[in-house]
Design a protein. Structure first.
Lengths: 202, 152, 670
């Protein structure tokens, strides 16, 4: 919240349930209904609900997505927003590029040259960490340990780990990714939802 | 008896007159008294007389209307009403300024606690001691009277 | 706080003193029994403990079988620790003091030191605890976190994120007490901030409470903003007169002017909460529309007059009208004023046309369940009116009953209500269908009726308000439900909503035999059967046909606190003192009689209602006038034994009056 608001300005009110523009596809609603049965109460279903929303809204969670999840799970908007903004794997601040390249810079990767990869990516794509290329293709992020120290330095793209990476490999990875249509955040979200659904069936 | 009267009464009187007549003949600068309205004695640096609300060099008021002076005042002679600064009408840095600031100097005991309590150094007790007036109402110093003029 | 019989107690040693406390009681509460205090920020006795602020760290140990004490290696949070047998608590040891110092230093790392401009400064738990337990200086030399200040979260609440210490009291309040869950923590770590969804309007009807429970100046009142500092204020215990719930409040005033309302504890009524209507609805005390002097009409305009001139005019007007006089009153008038108003018309002027009710169909209220009693009910039917709007404190009790005691709540209302969130059944009444739905419920055939019957089958209650009478068929519907309640052994409560409506009803400010009611009086004015009309703090222009009635009345007295539309029609205007500007007793919707003492002086020449009537009666009928409200209360109690508790000193929490005169007599005998 960077905006400043003059005192006494009436605040816009939160949308009423009937004013929401619901975007979940039929299959998404079915998935959510299936997930609801996995938990003792709907509060517990917020996390998988947000994963579905992240997939349905194209790889991020705009306020409308949060509102939709809250509405479908009968929770308050603020509560769901609190959950969504807590976890870093939900993209709530802005829409990422089509492919999110997350570089692990924790100890093992650092030692094996993760920052060389970061520097190379920054130079190659012309953006800094946390930024998106102007064509909306790539967003690069620095992340904490991905639990793949045996493959250090490691990248996460969607639900795939790539490593150990070298500068030469990065070129090829980028070229390959340009051909992939599905945004990596959507692909990751979908994979997580599938895992949730499968776990429940056991 | 008469010796005692002389010793206790007449002698001190004569001695007193002696001092007076000696001073009378002295140089002007050595005299103990001064010609008050024309001449003024230099005051001690920590003299505490009438309050002044000071300003920053930028001309903004230092007072933020926090009422701590009123809280510290043992004579309860300060009344402060605060208001909110806006960008178009900025009196002091920050959010708050004193819209009304009144000191009842009849009640004030010039203890200087207000100066001590002031977090911004806005209220100071300065050397203006000529506070006599004809009406009680005139001893109610308002913010306009207390505020230091803007220095050019 | 007394140890319940039947509850298991355990022996706990606190600072070397052994005491018995109920098993499972939180340590932070147990130490209070010894008059000790553990400093807290996030802990609030009426909400679940979370242990977020770590201020309540204490040393804990356990007595071993061999008699030695084994201390836990690390300090524990006293607010989340239940008492158990053999527990040893140290609240005053060196290490505890060191811990508190450390915690406070951490909290102050990012807390701005703008106490001089902070509205909380002077009554701030963070200030107090820092002074008592904190370090005198900070070792922190870096830049503090900077976030927007004075962000208006709603028209009442200002949010200052820099000052927030993330205790979560406000978040838990909206989650546990008011129930909308409108506030939540966004983001995490150092950037965690309490806010509404996308910082949109904070719409809760109880938002004012978060201002009071915030232990720092992060949530402040927009109305009170920069109006005064706590040491400038004088405070008087008072009763809120915004609605019939009669919440206990602190009435804060400065230099004779009203400044703010804060909640005051009364376990029987509001616990310690207030609603926004009450907390922010007392602006009229400082209104520029306040009447200050009596006004008498001279031709086309009002002329300021003395009381004597005004009374002379009134006596002339009333005498020329003979028995064709009537009185209408509002409900923001103390019992004493209402009693004398009633006496003026019924005994002195010989008219029977007096009324205080303004609903479309008129009826009397019936209340069987006291507010606190709702908590113990097994099932509650909310019918026709939104309790959060009309009876805010009843709503909070209802919510507490549903969420903590598992009370089954059925909501049958025309509009969406806040109570739907915890109701087992929420059903809507279509436009104009109140009577139909009530009939349906009583007939017991439909699905809804079965659910209602299920809800009321054992120890149930019906909660509704006199607002239902405004709906077409509402009066009839209430009658049906009352019969239903009697049949299934449930308690029936049609709570009045006007501040002292219950008082007016008990005092009989109702049309006598052959007298006209509100609508009859207004019609009578139009048709000329009522020649003189006295308006006591009410404005008939807001109801249908009120304008014509006031226009056609030959002689009109308007007595009120502020100017209103009706003032323009009056022949004589009398300024009246507002509730906190006079001594008086008030009866809330559960018939709780509460005394309010004068907090500030009434502006200008205005006088309390009882004094005005006392003086008018004196001029119409030579008699000994009443000199103070206590004498009037004694007279009321003489006339109506139900009011006997009021004749003596009322307890601080007030006294619930019995419903019937017989019960009062019996109670008095016993």
């Amino acid at each position: 919240m960077s905006e400043t608001v003059a005192i006494g300005t009436p605040r816009p009110r939160a949308p009423r349930p009937e004013e929401l523009d619901l975007k979940f596809s039929e299959s998404a609603v079915a998935e959510l209904d299936a997930l609801k049965t996995h938990y003792p109460d709907l509060k517990s279903c917020i996390l998988p609900g947000l994963w579905i929303a992240q997939r349905e809204y194209g790889g991020w969670l705009p306020p409308e997505a949060i509102a939709e999840v809250a509405f479908r799970l009968n929770r308050s908007f603020a509560e769901v927003e609190g959950v969504a903004t807590f976890y870093t794997m939900y993209n709530t601040a802005h829409k990422p590029g089509r492919h999110m390249i997350e570089v692990c810079t924790c100890l093992s990767c650092h030692v094996c040259g993760a920052y060389r990869i970061v520097d190379y990516l920054e130079e190659k794509l012309g953006v800094k960490l946390g930024e998106t290329t102007p064509d909306g293709m790539f967003t690069i992020h620095e992340v904490e340990c991905l639990d793949a120290c045996d493959r250090a330095p490691v990248l996460q793209i969607g639900d795939q780990y790539v490593g150990p990476v070298t500068s030469e490999m990065v070129d090829k990875i980028l070229d390959d990714l340009r051909k992939v249509e599905t945004p990596s955040a959507v692909q990751l979200s979908d994979a997580v939802v599938k895992v949730h659904l499968r776990d429940g069936d056991k | 008896m008469s010796f005692e009267v002389f010793r206790d009464v007449a002698k001190p009187i004569i001695a007193g007159f002696g001092i007076t007549s000696r001073r009378l003949l002295q140089q002007k600068e050595k005299r103990a008294t001064i010609q008050y309205p024309e001449d003024r004695r230099e005051q001690f640096t920590r003299t505490r007389w009438r309050h002044v609300l000071t300003r920053y060099d930028s001309g903004l008021e230092r007072c933020i209307g926090c009422s701590l002076c009123a809280g510290a005042c043992p004579a309860r002679c300060i009344y402060v009403e605060a208001a909110e600064n806006s960008d178009s009408d900025r009196r002091s840095p920050g959010e708050r300024y004193a819209a009304r600031y009144e000191i009842n100097l009849l009640r004030c005991i010039f203890c200087g606690y207000c100066q001590e309590a002031c977090p911004t150094g806005a209220i100071v007790l300065r050397k203006d001691f000529e506070l006599a007036n004809y009406d009680r109402e005139d001893f109610l110093y308002t913010k306009e009277m207390l505020l230091e003029p803007i220095r050019e | 706080m007394a140890v319940d019989e039947g509850h298991r107690t355990v022996s706990v040693t606190i600072n070397g003193i052994e005491i018995e406390v109920p098993q499972g009681e939180l340590i932070v509460e147990s130490v209070k029994r010894l008059g000790l205090e553990i400093p807290v920020f996030c802990y609030h006795p009426r909400m679940k403990p979370v242990g977020m602020c770590r201020m309540c760290l204490v040393e804990i140990g356990f007595k071993q079988p061999d008699g030695s004490v084994r201390m836990m290696p690390k300090p524990q949070a006293g607010c989340t620790l239940p008492a158990s047998e053999g527990m040893v608590v140290l609240t005053d040891s060196e290490s505890v003091h060191r811990d508190r110092k450390g915690v406070l230093e951490f909290l102050l790392v990012n807390h701005p030191l703008d106490c001089p401009v902070c509205d909380r400064g002077g009554e701030c738990p963070l200030q107090n605890n820092t002074l008592a337990y904190g370090p005198s200086t900070s070792r922190f030399i870096d830049l503090k976190r900077h976030l927007p200040k004075a962000y208006p979260l709603s028209q009442y609440v200002m949010l200052d994120l820099e000052r927030c210490i993330q205790c979560g009291r406000c978040v838990r309040f909206t989650e546990e007490i008011s129930g909308e869950h409108e506030l939540a923590f966004r983001f995490r770590g150092a950037s965690m901030q309490p806010s509404t969804f996308q910082l949109l309007d904070f719409e809760s009807k109880f938002s004012g409470n978060v201002i009071e429970i915030c232990p720092v100046g992060a949530l402040t009142s927009a109305q009170y903003r920069f109006r005064a500092r706590p040491w400038d204020l004088q405070t008087t215990p008072a009763v809120c007169t915004a609605c019939s719930n009669g919440c206990n409040v602190w009435f804060d005033h400065r230099a004779g002017r009203f400044v703010r309302i804060n909640g005051r504890i009364n376990e029987g009524v509001n616990e310690e909460w207030t609603c926004d209507k009450g907390k922010f609805g007392h602006d009229y005390y400082n209104s520029t529309d306040r009447l200050r002097t009596p006004l008498v009409r001279k031709g086309d305009q009002f002329v300021e007059a003395t009381w004597a001139e005004a009374y002379e005019e009134i006596v002339k007007g009333l005498e020329s009208a003979g028995k064709d006089v009537a009185g209408l009153c509002g409900t923001r008038i103390a019992n004493e004023g209402l009693f004398l108003f009633n006496r003026l018309f019924k005994q002195v002027l010989g008219s029977r046309s007096v009324d205080h009710r303004w609903t479309r169909t008129l009826g009397t209220s019936r209340v069987q369940t006291p507010i606190a009693g709702i908590e113990g009910k097994k099932g509650v039917l909310v019918f026709g009116s939104n309790p959060a709007e009309d009876l805010p404190i009843v709503f909070l009790r209802l919510r507490k009953a549903a969420t903590r005691n598992g009370t089954q709540v059925t909501v049958v209302t025309p509009d969406v209500t806040e109570a739907d969130a915890f109701a087992t059944v929420a059903s809507r009444i279509g436009q104009g269908d109140v009577l139909k739905v009530a009939q349906e419920i009583v007939d017991g055939q439909s699905e809804l009726a079965r659910k209602v019957a299920d809800c009321l089958k054992e120890d149930g209650a019906i909660v509704t308000s006199d607002r239902v009478r405004n709906l077409p068929g509402g009066g009839e519907a209430l009658r049906l439900l009352e019969d239903l309640a009697a049949r299934c052994g449930a308690e029936f409560n049609c709570y009045p909503t006007g501040p002292n409506a219950m008082g007016a009803e008990l005092l009989g400010v109702l049309p006598g035999d052959g007298g006209l009611d509100t609508w009859g009086i207004l019609q009578g004015c139009c048709s000329g059967t009522i020649k003189a009309l006295w308006l006591l703090d009410c404005d008939p222009t807001t109801v249908e046909g009120g304008d014509q009635a006031l226009e056609s009345a030959e002689f009109l007295v308007y007595q009120g606190v502020t100017r209103s539309e009706a003032t323009a029609f009056a022949n004589v205007v009398l300024p009246m003192a507002a509730p906190a500007e006079q001594d008086g007793t008030w009866t809330n919707c559960e018939r709780r009689l509460q005394r309010m003492t004068q907090a500030i002086a009434a502006p200008g020449d205005s006088k309390p209602a009882w004094r005005i009537f006392s003086e008018v009666i004196l001029r119409l009928q030579p008699s000994t006038p009443f000199f103070n409200p206590r004498e009037i209360m004694k007279a009321i109690a003489d006339a109506d034994p139900r009011f006997l508790p009021g004749a003596s000193d009322l307890p601080e929490e007030g006294a619930i009056l019995s419903a019937t005169t017989q019960a009062a007599m019996a109670g008095d005998g016993a």
